[in-house]
Ligand binder design. Sequence first.
Ligand code: ADP
Length: 165
Amino acid sequence: MAKALYPGSFDPVTFGHIDIIKRAADIFDELTVAVLNNKSKKPLFSVDERVSMLKEVCKDIPNVHVTSYSGLLAEYAEESGTDVIIRGLRAITDFEYELQMAQTNHKLSPSVDTVFLTTSLEYAYLSSSTVREVAAYGGDIHHFVPEAVAKKVYEKAGEKYNGNQ
Ligand code: ADP
């Protein structure tokens, strides 16, 4: 039984992430989507908010489980019995960083491999940072994220505008 782990910031989850989640869930027996609790980044959403949005969008995929982790990905992957780390590749610009990370993780935890899924063309341009930026200027993000997520992004963007954050 192959266990896969899809780590990321998911700030917020986009249709691009969901595409990778669905395709990885079709390939592997179990898929854990893990939100990185990275104190050095200043995210729009808290880890709990990101986990809760991911749970909502993944609720109909039976072999997907959502959680969070902090610290070294390689260590977390090994401790959680992961066989394969999943990453999405959008463009050549992702490649160098992703290759370096995959090789580092493999060195740290030789039992864990990284598998790359290439983005579906329709989502190749999409990133969480684009979604945050478009929303901050009041643009339409419904092409990028599910309705429930869009609502939360606009609420946050509004809070930010009003100086509540
Ligand atoms: P990170 O900050 O760890 O890169 P992200 O949430 O931005 O976290 O991305 C998590 C993973 O999802 C990465 O492997 C990234 O390449 C992939 N990804 C991000 N956006 C897309 C997209 N539009 N299509 C497919 N994969 C994507």
